[in-house]
Design a protein around this ligand. Structure first.
Ligand code: CUO
Length: 687
């Protein structure tokens, strides 16, 4: 990573303010030639005893704003939605301009000139998109979206608290202001749904969701390997985790949003502002109905609830018929048992999400999932009568805060499950791996076996990187769920004569349902959350495998703050090898919260033959954190089996000559194992 790559990160600071405003606490200054928007405060903010690095941005004739296509049509200071087709086009147009730049320095100059002329979220999106995809920027890293857009993560009242303290304090005071953002979140405990606020409003899961959609975008000419299938799987797993958390709190599993004509019980008031000018996100009252979308402020065709219903019924028809009809009128068979081409689930994912460039027939099957987000995001002002902004369902960085997100995605997932249940159950041969036997498993935390601990923890972010507080540093201390790290231990016997490479698949699910009963295979099937997936080489005889929870295949390294990035020497080998992509479920949310008295969970392990699972890659480069949810950069998804295997299908009627009724029946196979553990929620702060 060279200096210019590192300097790109300063374009992520203060997205709502002039590019000429000093960054990094006054240490960095973009000197934009002929910048009409240069604010008068710049001169007074520069210097102040610290050396200032000036980045000259020449007035270049090659970036006239008229060449930005539709990118300038999204108003500044308003929400931007990737679920809205015209906004996706705007993003595509801006990304195309940025993609044409020659190198980091060139991108820095072009992007610095565009800054302030396009919508802020669109700008950050396009910059992130390009940095993730341009080969020469391979080692650049993105600062955490929480610091770029604190307003999307932290309630307005908290940000105002900091501003008021600054207003009251001595203007020469320079110590940072620290604001606490605790567990009260956006609602009271009166409504059962608010008991989950700490989960839905967690910074990490929302940052993950933003990042995931950045890595797997739609309508952007990005056709990554198994994109449609991963859309299904990653969201299915988020619902599984949400359901687990609900069961921990004694709440029933989430209900799908099925009847789009009926009022939606739970409203949502995010208390977030779009920027620090005080423009608020839209809200939804309890018992609001989904409404026909009739706004004229997005250049989007009007879309009725009826349109969604028609698309749904066409998609369900296709699922039950076993084929779709493409735009030429030809049949496209939907099946997961394919030896070449796309799996049915992948085709269906592209249709349902949908990506209009990849969908087999987007005119016929429509834009169901995206428009669901849109209709829900505007149900409070569907015809713009009140000139209200979009609600949080419209932005990938905020949508997971709203309870209706899970209800909508439960519907989406149910549609996928409808398809998955049409697939033939795996045969004994597909599930089995002869010669390999799991003899014992366990989890160990601090020398204690099979009892895991969760509790609260805190993390500091610098809000003043994204929002200007008159040049003063403002930190927010966010409280979040966390757990004590642990190790999995597996005792495995390989009865073969040679070494055997196997894939270890680990899942977690609650043992009991909301009624306190043990679950049937089918009731528990889509509650299993992937915990890890990794490859080991088994030597002949006995093998003891130890794996740290920190190495999980679904999680990301922690969010990188501006300060983390500033402290990395760009020339060091460590910086080059650094895994920058930043996608993945947050490590601190790997475990569900459990209960104070301990809650029964089951771990399920299955070993499969790596020789069959393996994918031949042309490249071994590219970041691969959170690989099960995010894939590998510029490479194929590294597991040939359908995502979610073996729980993605109904079970065979019998296994080893006996009926299959519960998940433990799979553990009859030597290569599988089921193990009870307890998760204890400690109300204290973890160390
Ligand atoms: Cu991620 Cu609907 O796809 O929010």
């Amino acid at each position: 990573m060279d200096k210019s790559q590192k300097n790109l990160m300063y374009l992520f600071e203060l997205p709502y303010d002039s590019i000429s405003l000093p960054r990094s606490g006054g240490k960095i200054h973009f000197d934009v030639e002929n910048d009409v928007s240069r604010p008068p405060v710049v001169a007074t903010r520069l210097g102040g005893g610290i050396p200032v690095e000036t980045m000259p941005v020449p007035d270049r004739g090659d970036v006239p704003l008229q060449n930005l296509g539709t990118a300038t049509t999204v108003p500044l200071g308003s929400p931007f939605s990737f679920f809205i087709k015209t906004h996706r086009q705007a993003a595509k147009d801006l990304c195309d301009v940025f993609m044409k730049t020659k190198n980091a320095e060139d991108l820095l100059q072009v992007a610095a000139r565009v800054h302030g002329h396009v919508n802020e979220t669109l700008y950050i999106y396009a910059l992130s998109f390009v940095i993730l995809r341009k080969k020469e920027l391979r080692n650049s890293r993105l600062p955490s979206i929480i610091e770029v857009f604190p307003g999307k993560f932290i309630l307005q009242e908290k940000l105002m608290e900091a501003q008021l303290e600054i207003n009251r304090s001595d203007p020469n005071e320079s110590t940072p202001i620290v604001v606490e953002h605790g567990l009260e979140f956006a609602g009271t405990q009166l409504k059962p749904e608010h008991r989950l606020s700490y989960w839905r409003e967690d910074y990490g899961i929302n940052a993950h969701h933003w990042h995931w959609h950045l890595v797997y975008p739609i309508d952007m000419d990005v056709n990554r390997d198994r994109k449609g299938e991963l859309f299904y799987y990653m969201h299915q797993q988020m619902i599984a985790r949400y359901d687990m958390e609900r069961l921990c709190l004694g709440l029933p599993r989430v209900q799908k949003l099925e009847n789009w004509r009926a009022p939606i019980d739970d409203g949502y008031f995010s208390k977030l502002t779009v920027n620090n000018s005080g423009r608020a996100w839209g809200t939804r009252q309890d018992d609001t109905k989904m409404q026909d979308f009739q706004r004229n402020d997005f250049g989007l065709d009007f879309t009725e609830v009826t349109d969604l219903e028609i698309w749904r019924s066409r998609i369900l028809d296709a699922i039950h018929q076993g084929f779709m009809i493409d735009s030429q009128g030809e049949r496209v068979i939907l099946s997961d048992d394919v030896t070449s081409g796309k799996r049915g689930i992948d085709i269906l994912g592209d249709v349902l999400e949908s990506d209009s460039n990849i969908s087999v027939n987007s005119r016929y099957y429509g834009d169901l999932h995206n428009m669901g987000h849109v209709l829900l995001a505007f149900s409070h002002d569907p015809d713009f009568a009140h000139k209200e902004e979009m609600a949080v369902m419209g932005d990938t960085a905020t949508a997971m805060r709203d309870p209706v997100f899970y209800r909508w995605h439960k519907f989406v997932d149910d549609t996928f499950q409808e398809y998955k249940l049409m697939q033939k159950p795996y045969t004994e041969e597909q599930l089995n791996l002869s010669g390999v036997k799991i003899e014992r498993v366990g989890v160990v935390r601090n020398n204690e076996a099979d009892v895991l601990h969760t509790g609260w923890n805190t993390r500091l972010f610098e809000a003043s990187r994204g929002l200007d507080f008159n040049g003063r540093s403002v930190m927010v201390r966010l409280t979040h769920l966390d757990h004590e790290p642990f190790n999995y231990h597996l005792q495995v016997n390989n009865s073969g004569k040679g070494a055997k490479d196997v894939t270890v698949r680990a899942f977690l699910a609650p043992k009991l349902n909301a009624r306190g009963q043990e679950m049937s295979f089918m009731e528990q099937r889509i509650l299993w959350a992937e915990m890890d997936k990794f490859t080991v080489s088994l030597k002949p005889g006995s093998n003891h495998i130890v794996r740290s929870s920190k190495d999980s295949s679904i999680t990301n390294t922690e969010e990188l703050t501006f300060r983390d990035l500033e402290n990395v020497d760009p020339e060091s080998p460590a910086a080059a090898a650094f895994n920058f992509c930043g996608c993945g479920w947050p490590q601190h949310m790997l475990l569900p919260r459990g209960r104070p008295e301990g809650m029964a969970f089951q771990l399920f392990f299955m070993l499969t033959d790596y020789a069959q699972d393996k994918v031949t890659q042309r490249t071994t480069q590219g970041c691969a954190n959170g690989v099960s949810f995010c894939g590998i950069q510029d490479a194929k998804y590294p597991d040939t089996r359908p995502m979610g295997f073996p729980f993605d299908r109904r079970p065979p009627r019998q296994l080893l000559g006996r009926d299959v009724n519960i998940a433990a029946d799979y553990a009859r196979l030597d290569n599988a194992y089921i193990h009870d553990i307890s998760i204890k929620f400690l109300a204290d702060k973890l160390n």
